[in-house]
Design a protein around this ligand. Structure first.
Ligand SMILES: O=C(O)CCC(=O)C(=O)O
Ligand SMILES: [Fe+2]
Length: 350
């Protein structure tokens, strides 16, 4: 476990909070295997209540049900200097050679003010959240408190998962504490309209094949499938079917870098051909922006070189953003259009 060709397993995280040492050891071993295999696993038995997951998912739907004009009142491009608020359909291309993505989003982070040092110093695009006006969204206070409660509980869970990850690497359980203090994490509500039947199959993506830029991502899916993880052994895309109450956890590029590629930050994508609207909520845990990530002590042998040079969390994550959003700019200017068909058909994995 896990075998080649099998979807990310569901692990019972409740043993982390128990006194059962052998069950905890088994959890650590299972997580370690997943990290080495494809960097994906799912967890149930965590402390985030099902009702809270369902409530934020309801708000997710209600937000995207607003008219375009209403959503544009909290557009992230009206500020264009920090990464909060509404993002239009077709704003990203994460997979080279595919069309702008069939998804819209709403970015939320820590509820900070304009005097917060992370905003003043433009740390990792942090800034005040943008909430719709009550004239547009009655009961917006409930949206806000639900979103912030959910956000803080998922961030707390991410910190517990980091403790398990430390144990998988034979490090002290608190090894990531300093990195996790003052951490930046970003949550996005996502809506994937169903793919129109006449859209080009090979070029259309809800989100193109990509790896996440940060450290770990905790994803909540609603009941509509569409998420797929690439399996290198079988060269197949594996469906990650939604499971009530479960979080999908995956490692990001920073964790791969940190472990000298011992752990995998894996390709995944969303294609929504279900005929239904799909909603999901990833929380991207980046870490303290100023923390310097360098090869962990026991992830290379004596005398062996680290594959990557040390980098701050901030630099690593911003590089990832520039890469994906830059591609859309290129596309809009028409520069990439002639390449699209060729590149997409060359992909071994479409
Ligand atoms: O919506 C999903 O299921 C996946 C989202 C995702 O991979 C991302 O936002 O990075
Ligand atoms: Fe992702």
């Amino acid at each position: 476990m896990p075998r080649a060709g099998s979807a990310p397993p569901i692990l019972d995280f409740s043993v982390f909070y128990s006194n059962n040492a052998s069950a905890k050891e088994k959890l650590v071993a299972d997580v370690r295997n997943c990290c080495r295999h494809n960097g994906f696993f799912q967890i149930t038995g965590h402390n985030v209540p099902l009702e809270l997951q369902q409530k934020i998912m309801e708000w997710n739907k209600r937000f995207f049900d607003l008219s375009l004009e209403e959503k544009m009142t909290v557009s992230k491009d009206t500020t264009n200097i920090w990464n909060r608020g509404y993002e239009l359909l077709h704003s990203q291309i994460l997979e080279e050679g595919t069309l702008p993505e069939l998804k819209e989003g709403f970015y939320i982070g820590d509820e900070i003010s304009k005097s917060h040092p992370y905003f003043v110093n433009k740390k990792l695009n942090s800034g005040p959240n943008m909430w719709p006006d009550a004239s547009i969204m009655p009961n917006v206070e409930d949206f806000k408190s639900t979103a912030l409660d959910y956000y803080s509980q998922v961030v707390a869970l991410a910190k517990d998962i980091l403790k398990v990850l430390a144990l998988t690497l034979d490090l002290d359980e608190g090894w990531f504490n300093e990195f996790a203090t003052g951490a930046v994490a970003t949550m996005r509500l996502l809506h994937y309209p169903t793919q129109p039947p006449d859209s080009p199959q090979k070029l259309t993506r809800g989100i193109g094949a990509h790896t996440d830029f940060g450290t770990i991502t905790l994803l909540l899916q609603d009941r509509v499938a569409g998420l797929q993880v690439y399996d290198y052994a079988t060269k197949e895309w594996l469906d990650v079917k939604p499971t009530l109450g479960a979080f999908v956890v995956n490692l990001g590029n920073l964790m791969m870098r940190w472990t000298n590629d011992k752990y995998i930050s894996n390709l995944h994508r969303v294609i929504n051909v279900s005929g239904e609207e799909r909603y999901s909520i990833p929380v991207f845990f980046s870490g303290n922006p100023d923390f310097v990530v360098e090869c962990l002590p026991n992830c290379r042998k004596e005398g062996e070189e680290a594959k990557y040079s040390p980098i701050t969390v901030e630099q690593a994550v911003l590089d990832g953003y520039a890469y994906s959003y830059g591609r859309v700019e290129k596309f809009k200017k028409g520069a990439a259009k002639s390449d699209i068909v060729v590149q997409a058909s060359e992909l071994a994995v479409v």
